[in-house]
Design a protein around this ligand. Structure first.
Ligand SMILES: NC(=O)c1ccc[n+]([C@@H]2O[C@H](COP(=O)([O-])OP(=O)(O)OC[C@H]3O[C@@H](n4cnc5c(N)ncnc54)[C@H](OP(=O)(O)O)[C@@H]3O)[C@@H](O)[C@H]2O)c1
Length: 331
C-alpha cells in the first residue's frame, strides 16, 4: 500500500482524483487539502465523491508525509508546492501546466515566471499511451492538459507516419473545463443554449500540443480554437488534417488500429464519437475519416475532460509510477 495526498481536493479534478484514490485497491488516501473550505468534510463539499475525509490546509510537513501526491492546483501556485513535496521524497503527479513544457522561454512566454526553476524540465509528460516506458521511473509526472490529451491521441498515428502537412484543431469543452471557481462565475443564462469560441489565437494548450506533435515527428504551427459548450463535462476535438502523404481509407484505418489495438483506454471506432460515450470514464474514443472530395483527413476524439483529461489519467500515471497495472482502480 502507498499513502497518497491530494492537494486541491475541493476543486473539480481534485475531488474526482480523491474519489478514485479512496476506492483504489493499492493506494490509500491519507490527506485531502483545500483553502477556504478546509475543516469541512470532502463529501459535504462534493457529495458524489463519498470521501468522508476532512479537508486540511496545505502544510508540507503534514501532507509531505506520504509516498505520492496528486497536485490539483492551478499553474503558477503548483510548482512551489511540487518542489516542497519532491524535497521530502514524495512522488508527484502534477495536474497543472507547470511541468508540461520543456522549453523555459516558451513556458514563460505563455504562463509567466516559473515557480520552481530548479525542477523545470524534470518531469515526464504523462500521456501513458506515448510515454509508457518513461513513466515508471519518474518521480515527477506532468499530467497533460485536457485538450492536448484528446488532440494528441487523435493525431499521434498521423504524426508518427509523417502524414501531417497542416492541421486545424477545433475543440469543444463543457463548463467544468474552466475549474470550479471560474465555472462558478459562468452565468447559467450565458452558458446554457450558447456556444462560443474562446481564447482565440492564444490558448495555452497550443504550445503543449505543438511540443508533443514535434516529438512525434510533426513540427508545425497548429491552428487550435476551443469552444465553450453547454455541458457540465465532456470534450470533443475535431481535427482537420491536410495530409503530407497520400493515405487511402484502408491505410488510415490500419494506422489507427495498429497504434491503439493494445491500448486499454483508447477506442477506435468507425462512427464519430460523442462525449456521453466516455463520460466519467478514462476512455478516449476516436474515429478517423478520409474526405475524398478535399483529400483531407478528419479525426474526432472524445474524452471526459475531468477524467481522461485530468483525474483518471493522473491515477493511470500513478499506477504506472508504482509498478501497478495501469488500469487498476479505474473501473
Ligand atoms: N477542469 C479540467 O477540465 C482540467 C483538465 C485538465 C487539467 N486541469 C488542471 O488541473 C488543475 C485543477 O483544475 P480544476 O479544474 O480542478 O480547478 P478548480 O476546480 O478551480 O480547483 C482548484 C483547486 O486548487 C485550489 N487552489 C486554487 N488556487 C490556489 C492557490 N493559490 N493556492 C492553493 N490552492 C489553490 C482550490 O482551492 P479552493 O477550492 O479552496 O479555492 C481548488 O482546490 C489546474 O491546474 C487545471 O489547469 C483541469
Amino acid at each position: 500500500v502507498a499513502d497518497v495526498a491530494v492537494l486541491g481536493a475541493s476543486g473539480y479534478a481534485g475531488a474526482i482524483a480523491s474519489s478514485l484514490i479512496w476506492r483504489h485497491p493499492f493506494f490509500s488516501l491519507k490527506h485531502v487539502t483545500a483553502r477556504s473550505e478546509s475543516g469541512a468534510l470532502l463529501d459535504e463539499i462534493h457529495p458524489r465523491t463519498r470521501v468522508p475525509l476532512l479537508l486540511e490546509d496545505w502544510d508540507p510537513d503534514v501532507q509531505g508525509e506520504v509516498d505520492a501526491a496528486l497536485v490539483c492546483w492551478p499553474h503558477g501556485v503548483s510548482a512551489p508546492a511540487v518542489a516542497e513535496l519532491r524535497e521530502r521524497g514524495v512522488r508527484v503527479v502534477d495536474l497543472s501546466a507547470d511541468f508540461r513544457l520543456r522549453d523555459r522561454d516558451t513556458y514563460e512566454d505563455w504562463y509567466g515566471p516559473h515557480g520552481a526553476p530548479d525542477l523545470f524540465g524534470a518531469a515526464v509528460y504523462g500521456l501513458p499511451e506515448l510515454y509508457r516506458e518513461q513513466i515508471p521511473g519518474a518521480d515527477l509526472v506532468a499530467n497533460p492538459g485536457c485538450y492536448p490529451t484528446a488532440a494528441l491521441l487523435g493525431l499521434a498515428p498521423l504524426a508518427r507516419a509523417g502524414a501531417i502537412k497542416d492541421v486545424v484543431i477545433d475543440a469543444k469543452s463543457g463548463v467544468s473545463g474552466a475549474g470550479r471557481s471560474l465555472a462558478h462565475n459562468t452565468h447559467y443564462v450565458e452558458a446554457d443554449e450558447n456556444m462560443t469560441p474562446y481564447k482565440v489565437e492564444r490558448h495555452r494548450h497550443t504550445p503543449e500540443i505543438e511540443q508533443e506533435l514535434a516529438v512525434l515527428g510533426a513540427t508545425l504551427p497548429i491552428t487550435f480554437t476551443p469552444h465553450l459548450v453547454p455541458l457540465a463535462q465532456g470534450e470533443l476535438v475535431s481535427a482537420y488534417v491536410t495530409p503530407a502523404i497520400e493515405l487511402g481509407e484502408g491505410e488510415l484505418a490500419d494506422l489507427y488500429h495498429e497504434a491503439y489495438e493494445g491500448e486499454p483506454w483508447v477506442e477506435v471506432k468507425l462512427g464519430p464519437p460523442g462525449v456521453l460515450e466516455v463520460r466519467e470514464t478514462n476512455y478516449c474514443r476516436i474515429s478517423v475519416h478520409r474526405d475524398d472530395r478535399t483529400g483531407r483527413v478528419l479525426v474526432f476524439s472524445a474524452i471526459d475532460n475531468l477524467w481522461k483529461g485530468a483525474a483518471s489519467q493522473a491515477v493511470q500515471n500513478l499506477n504506472l509510477m508504482f509498478g501497478r497495472d495501469e488500469s487498476e482502480g479505474l473501473g
